[in-house]
Design a protein around this ligand. Structure first.
Ligand SMILES: Cc1cc2nc3c(=O)[nH]c(=O)nc-3n(C[C@H](O)[C@H](O)[C@H](O)COP(=O)(O)OP(=O)(O)OC[C@H]3O[C@@H](n4cnc5c(N)ncnc54)[C@H](O)[C@@H]3O)c2cc1C
Length: 405
């Protein structure tokens, strides 16, 4: 699987997919399952390499995306939101979500694609492409063995924040996020305090310009992390370790053996201003900002975007001259409305507001039940949730204020 067997590996694929994250892996298994010849490549040397995502999901995502329950490391049924001066605690009577091992998720999707006939090369990165006059493109791939060229009728950019095929788009502003997470092992009593819930830490006291979290990972393990946002291209990587250490010291409050440290970046194009497709190349997943920037949640949306892209890829394979006409419109129809709201909220929440607003938000939400919170945090139904909960004047006012009205 590592690098290229140069002698054997040449020629033409229907589809080359760069990036074997949730988007690339899911598309590879769908296309291979339809009999398409697929080459899936990723820069990571092996599946265990830097499993950067906390991989917390609502439960319904498992069945919707055909993810086996064996991938689930822990289930959660409650949520806590801790701000500087407030502590909200919502208890559920049934499981609401899961935390996966991100490395195992990537491996599962890649292996499913291979079982359907896809070729997989890890340790291999997309370094360039040229459109061919007769249709399709020449794709340049680099591994430790050197540079290799293959041909593809369609090239898919699923490289997330790297956007390896198109690069960053001039004139587009990006919200840039960076996250750092420790996987730690704690004693049984400490694990029980966190074992059935996701805990989020908001406000400058915890992480200026971002938030912290503690997620359960089963078997006495917790994911303890911090992430923050900046507007711009994200030149330097801020030091997040002190924020994670503070969570360990003040919240976990126990001997914590660090088993792994990983981290990643997010790059979200404001106003969904990414390049979606050009010539024989189409971008999916975080490469076109399917990530919800408010919650930093992106796995299920990357996979949902794949299913929007699939008919366009099939159409382009059937008629190369057709390109991906209508794809950007279809994606924006699904994501633009909610994502614009979330983007505006994220900028206000993480970059502009002071801690007293977070405290007030937690104080107001404390009066609501877990269903409303799930609607806000995972279904992004702000208005409906507020109305349904009859939260009345105060929450309406808060919402208008958050939106800048
Ligand atoms: C710290 C952190 C915590 C998160 N927590 C959650 C969470 O709890 N729940 C959730 O749903 N989402 C979470 N997310 C977001 C989620 O992980 C992403 O939205 C999701 O992984 C996007 O999937 P993707 O396939 O589009 O891109 P990615 O998962 O980013 O995959 C892109 C792949 O492309 C590869 N690549 C990059 N450049 C090249 C190249 N030139 N050639 C070949 N391959 C290349 C990379 O190695 C990578 O494997 C988190 C993200 C971060 C950073």
């Amino acid at each position: 699987m590592l690098g290229f067997d140069f002698a054997r590996f040449s020629g033409m694929f229907d589809v080359v997919i760069a990036g074997a994250g949730p988007a690339g892996g899911h598309l590879a298994r769908l296309l291979a399952g339809r009999g398409r010849s697929v080459l899936l490549v990723d820069a990571i040397p092996d599946w265990r390499h830097n499993p950067f995502s906390s991989a917390g999901l609502p439960l319904e995502a498992l069945d919707r995306w055909g993810l086996p329950h064996g991938l689930v490391k822990a289930r959660w049924r409650g949520l806590d939101i801790v701000s500087t001066a407030e502590r909200g605690h919502w208890e559920g009577d049934r499981d609401r979500g899961a935390v996966l091992d991100f490395g195992e998720l990537r491996a599962f999707l890649g292996q499913e694609a291979c079982a359907q006939g896809a070729e997989l090369r890890l340790g291999t990165r997309l370094v360039g492409w040229d459109a061919l006059p007769e249709g399709g493109c020449r794709v340049r791939l680099a591994s430790c063995a050197g540079i290799k060229e293959v041909q593809a009728r369609v090239l898919v950019d699923a490289t997330g924040p790297a956007r390896a095929a198109f690069g960053l788009r001039p004139g587009t502003d990006y919200l840039y996020g960076v996250g750092l997470e420790h996987l730690v092992e704690v004693d049984e009593a400490t694990y029980r305090r966190f074992g059935d819930r996701l805990v989020f830490y908001l406000g400058r006291g915890w992480v200026p310009g971002g938030y912290g979290w503690v997620f359960p990972m089963g078997q006495g393990r917790l994911k303890v992390g911090a992430g923050l946002f900046t507007v711009g291209r994200g030149a330097g990587r801020p030091g997040l370790e002190p924020f994670v250490q503070r969570l360990l010291r003040e919240e976990v409050r126990a001997e914590a053996r660090v088993l792994d440290t990983h981290g990643g970046v997010l790059r979200y194009a404001r106003g969904l201003g990414d390049t979606y497709a050009s010539g024989p190349v189409i971008a999916i997943g975080d490469a076109v900002s399917t990530l919800n920037v408010l919650g930093g949640e992106g796995i299920r949306f990357a996979m949902e975007g794949v299913e929007i892209a699939l008919p366009f890829v099939e159409a382009a394979l059937g008629d190369p001259g057709r390109g991906f006409h209508g794809y950007e419109r279809a994606m924006k129809k699904r994501f633009r409305h909610s994502w614009n709201q979330c983007e505006a909220l994220a900028i206000r929440k993480y970059l502009e507001e002071d801690d007293s607003r977070f405290d007030r938000m937690v104080r107001l939400l404390k009066k609501q039940d877990l269903d409303l919170l799930m609607d806000v945090l995972f279904h992004y139904r702000f208005g409906r949730a507020l109305r349904a909960a009859g939260a009345g004047y105060l929450l309406g006012k808060l919402w208008r204020k958050l939106r800048g009205g």
